[in-house]
Design a binder for this molecule. Structure first.
Ligand code: V47
Ligand code: SF4
Length: 383
């Protein structure tokens, strides 16, 4: 592998070769070097470096999990311009609000099925407060104690805690005692204050997002981090975002996975902004893998990216393609995601991963290995 890369280095500028040397020597790259990668690195160059790191960390292993999503409401008081939900608050009759009982029924639908995680994320509804969600968590845990509950973005949590007049630490401890196991990575968007002001001015700010994740890490909870890219931000904004995450991870070590989320432009207030190309998407994954040396995992969220591009991303640093999802989720389909009701069977996920010669491994939320599928036959047809 190394010699192949070295032989193909003809014509690569010296400054990029210096970065390559750093990567091979396990050294962290600077923000300036990451900018050079974005600006001057060709896709094959970035891919080979990212893949080198990916294979060093995980070999061919590609993780997925068996999960399902619950979206408690699609009504949201906030007005993020990129989101198809924010317009619903004024027209609440078009939205839904699930009761605690309805959410429990959704969990019960999976009785006897080998799902390991429920992912609970939705809009911010003023009636759904901390106590309401604590009760939902208690009921789910009582019914199925082993189901990992990954729930609530820092945006939802910030609103709940402020309304309950609790500090982040108090609010998180309360939810943890009620059954919350970990936090998803949503709501991070772009940390740069000027861009954030333009795309999501009224929700938790960057410092607030980072503080909630830091508090969760201190309580021993793991969390993920996302970044919404490919809209009005530039490369420096992306690097600034990743740099704030890398710094926090140095401090706490509590992040599991970084998930770059490609901006989709359907039916929202930023529909005039065109979407990034697949080449840009792959560059984004590769740069993230190279820059975020202290993040164990890099995830491609396949419903947003599409199945084939998710396969491609496995050569650009990605080692996780989320899960079976089995989704009633609308946030992505409303924004123009590839699939209206994203869901893949385990067989389809395994086949998708094997088709690009990687090794499918089912994981729990915290990356405990549940089953290695490398020896199983692939019978299912891929679409
Ligand atoms: O923060 C909203 C994004 C996020 C659009 O932690 C959009 O495992 C693109 O938290 N185009 C929420 N993205 C999703 C989320 C998540 C998803 C998958 C896995 C995990 C995890 C977490 O959805 C929001 C926002 O960045 N989003 N609208 C849009 N038009
Ligand atoms: Fe609400 Fe989240 Fe949509 Fe913003 S991205 S409007 S906080 S649901």
């Amino acid at each position: 592998m190394l010699s192949t890369i070295a032989e193909s280095n003809f014509n690569v500028p010296k400054e990029l070769l210096d970065i390559q040397e750093k990567v091979y020597n396990n050294k962290r790259i600077t923000n300036e070097e990451c900018l050079l990668l974005f600006q001057k690195g060709t896709l094959p160059f970035l891919g080979s470096l990212a893949n080198y790191i990916r294979e060093k960390k995980h070999g061919d292993i590609t993780y997925f999990n068996r999960n399902f999503h619950i979206e408690p409401t699609n009504v949201c008081i906030f007005t993020c311009n990129f989101c198809s939900y924010s317009r619903l608050y004024a027209r609440r009759e078009e939205g839904w609000e699930l009761s605690a009982e309805q959410m429990l029924q959704m969990v019960k639908k999976y009785d006897g099925q080998p799902v390991t995680e429920v992912h609970i994320v939705g809009g911010v509804h003023p009636k759904m407060n901390l106590e309401f969600f604590a009760e939902v968590l208690r009921q789910i845990k009582k019914h199925r104690p082993s189901l990992h509950i990954k729930g609530f973005t820092a945006v939802e949590l910030d609103y709940m805690f402020r309304k309950a007049k609790m500090t982040n630490e108090e609010g998180l401890s309360y939810l943890k005692n009620a059954g919350l196991d970990s936090l998803p990575g949503g709501g991070a968007e772009i940390f740069d204050e000027q861009i954030r002001e333009k795309i999501c001015a009224d929700k938790v700010n960057s410092e607030g997002w980072l503080k909630i994740h830091e508090a969760a890490h201190k309580l021993g909870m793991h969390t993920n981090a996302t970044m919404l890219y490919g809209h009005i931000e530039n490369y420096s904004h992306r690097i600034d975002h990743m740099s704030r995450l890398r710094n926090l991870q140095d401090k706490t070590g509590g992040f599991n996975t970084f998930i770059p989320l490609k901006f989709r432009n359907k039916d929202n207030d930023m529909s005039n902004v065109s979407e990034s190309s697949v080449v840009e998407d792959m560059k984004m994954y590769a740069a993230a893998r190279i820059y975020l040396d202290n993040f164990p995992h890099l995830k491609a969220y396949w419903p947003m990216l599409g199945r084939q591009n998710a396969q491609l991303s496995l050569s650009f640093g990605v080692n996780d393609i989320d899960g079976t999802i089995d989704d009633t989720t609308k946030i992505y389909s409303m924004a123009g995601a590839e699939e209206q009701y994203p869901s893949m069977t385990t067989e389809e996920l395994v086949a998708l991963i094997k088709q690009v010669k990687r090794r499918p491994v089912e994981r729990g939320t915290l990356y405990n290995v549940i089953k290695d599928y490398s020896a199983t036959d692939v019978n299912s047809r891929l679409n």
